[in-house]
Ligand binder design. Sequence first.
Ligand code: FAD
Length: 309
Amino acid sequence: MPKAGAVTNRLFDKLQQTLRGQVAIAEPLAKHTTWRIGGPADLFLRPLDVADLVNALSLLRSHGTPWLAIGSGSNLLMRDGGFRGAIIHLGHFRDAVFDESARVRAGAGLGLMRLIRLAVERGLGGLEPLAGIPGTVGGAVAMNAGAMGREIGSLVDSVLLAGADGIEEWPADRLAFGYRRSTLPPGRVISGVKLQLQPGNRETLQQDVAVRLRHRRTAQGVGRPNAGSVFKNPPGESAWKLVDQAGMRGARAGQAQVSELHGNFIVNLGGATAEDVLTLIDLVRDRVEEMTGIRLETEVRIVGSPKDL
Ligand code: FAD
């Protein structure tokens, strides 16, 4: 039986009776983030399909329960107290349907890298610059993930949004993609995405992906759990260079450390808490501001409750 405040026994019972996918309580979120950090979620839901997802959203709304959709947790700092409410995991939304016009409809929970491989096998390009980003399709669109001058938003035709009342399809321009952000309407989960790709030469595309993966391993192979770039690049600047200028490479707080290999990555040395990471983020941010006058903004999303709540 659930113990935590935001989730009543009635909601839990209803979800258990009607959801066909997974319903778990007190799920450790450290298992679902690439930093391997995060306390438990009161409720953890893995809907089986769109109807299941809509049913879950409708029950959560009628009980006033907060929720958060997650993908691979590769851009999330989940706090040590965990999440008061429901985490919705899109692990069952992994289909990819290609049509004759180089378009694909991909499930939000499909790994971005898996989608890139499926596309390239069919001689369809556009996504290769994003190779190696360890997120899901839904997370990539929510964040407008980008690399090497390409953002996923530029390939999106439309997005399928699930809400408590059903599914809606939104054209890309309604999502107002910007630097590492999109504007999703409240109460909606991305359940799928339609992307327009470009026909290309399969071997050339495969080589391109291989080159980019090699480059990532060299530049970002930090060897410890991390969440990629912690800070956004300020206009005309590189966050990692500013961190270096401030002498913060290698700085530590508890078991969190600014990577010795990449100034914009913070690694978990083993057993780091979200508090350790937050302390280090503040230290780096203050020192960079002192030295350069620039206040860094986080790219990682900080969610959940502190330990004592
Ligand atoms: P999560 O981290 O699970 O979630 C991120 C945000 O998206 C959260 O706010 C979440 O609520 C929301 N979200 C997730 N799924 C959905 C959904 N279905 N519906 C609605 N909202 C949703 N990012 C880049 O842009 N470029 C890079 O080059 C890059 N390199 C990285 C390298 C490493 C080693 C790592 C660990 C991370 C890197 N990232 C990079 C960050 C991260 O992988 C991307 O932001 C990725 O797109 C996040 O996807 P995710 O599925 O992990 O999302």
